[in-house]
Write a protein that binds this ligand. Structure first.
Ligand code: ZN
Ligand code: ZN
Ligand code: ZN
Length: 336
């Protein structure tokens, strides 16, 4: 790597590690060694995400000042690719079975080549770049990414932020929470939303509570449910913006059993994920099967069965898994 004589600012790259020290789990940050502290196994993930998010929020930069810090570190976190390309986004990556976590500014090409990683949905941290007083009255006329792009990004983000054993039902619920939360990270899901989701809300909430992803204020009941989200990396989203709400409604309509066919949460989640990653003009999609599995928290042996069921219920026209690359190719039926 060439030596740089002028370094405008500290790199936007932070790494936190979880180590066992004399029988205890200790969280250490490479950027602030004095911040080491013991954590419990259950709270480790949320403590790590909270710490990393604090770094990112403490170092907000205008988009034109952000560079690919993955490249500046020699691109040693991912397989080779053709070179940096695409917009710079914050990438959350996890290595060594959840022992090492990294938040870094990376370009689209580096982000796509990094395993066990997800782009932090843009609204998460960029939103607070302008202090409230100087923020323009009409923030933006542009709507940001389309509903399906936003839903795909949040599912990928949840794949890294939630433990892999979290069920499809809980992921569907978490998606709705992440898209509908307000600026204080509180979310109220009315009974209608829970009903449309068709998931066992009580069990799904319990799972997300056990993962320390949320804390329930009101358990699911006839009036719906209310919760405080604890995922600090999602913090600082502007309050329930119409485009996020539209994305939440899109996910609800797309994944609902009436469209997918059967109320099986794995089908709802895989269907939503595939549709979110489909090119709307060609109705075709292509993704590495590893990423598909991770986004849906699905074991490998289930994939073909659930893809077949999506084809049987008329969501997919055809699908195949390329034996050499492991990529899943699919085409949606025309009625969508
Ligand atoms: Zn730190
Ligand atoms: Zn790179
Ligand atoms: Zn790059």
């Amino acid at each position: 790597m060439p030596l740089r004589t002028v370094r405008p600012a500290a790199p936007r790259a932070w790494t936190v590690e979880l180590r066992s020290q004399s029988g205890r789990l200790v969280m250490t940050c490479q950027q602030c060694p004095l911040a080491s502290r013991p954590v419990t196994a259950a709270s480790a993930r949320s403590a790590v995400l909270a710490h990393l998010a604090r770094h990112a929020r403490g170092d907000l930069r205008a988009p034109h000042l952000r560079t690919c810090h993955c490249h500046e570190r020699g691109c040693r976190w991912h397989r080779r690719h053709r070179g940096c390309d695409g917009p710079i986004r914050l990438l959350l990556a996890c290595e060594r079975g959840g022992r090492v976590w990294r938040l870094v500014d990376a370009c689209g090409a580096c982000a796509a080549a990094t395993d066990q990683a997800a782009v932090v949905p843009d609204t998460a941290i960029v939103g607070s770049l302008h202090p409230t007083s100087t923020r323009p009255r009409r923030p933006r006329l542009m709507r940001g990414p389309g509903e399906h792009v936003r839903v795909g990004e949040i599912l990928s983000y949840l794949a890294v932020a939630l433990p892999s054993e979290v069920s499809a039902e809980a992921r569907l619920l978490a998606l709705q929470c992440a898209l509908r939360m307000n600026a204080q990270m509180r979310v109220a899901l009315p009974a209608g939303v829970l009903h449309s989701l068709r998931v066992g809300a009580a069990q799904a909430c319990r799972e997300l509570e056990q993962a320390r992803w949320l804390r329930l204020d009101d358990p699911p009941g006839t009036a719906g449910t209310a919760a405080q989200l604890l995922d600090a990396a999602l913090l600082a989203q502007p309050p329930a913006r119409p485009d996020r709400r539209r994305a939440a409604d899109w996910a609800l309509r797309t994944g609902c059993p009436a469209r997918i066919g059967v109320a099986e949460p794995q089908m709802q989640l895989l269907g939503t994920s595939l549709i979110a990653h489909t090119d709307p003009s060609s109705r075709e999609g292509l993704r590495e099967s590893d990423r598909v599995l991770r986004d849906c928290g699905m074991p490998e042996h289930e994939l073909a069965r659930v893809l077949n069921r999506l084809a049987d219920s008329g969501v997919l026209e055809r699908w195949q898994i390329c034996p050499r690359s492991g990529d899943v190719h699919w085409t949606l039926t025309r009625r969508r």
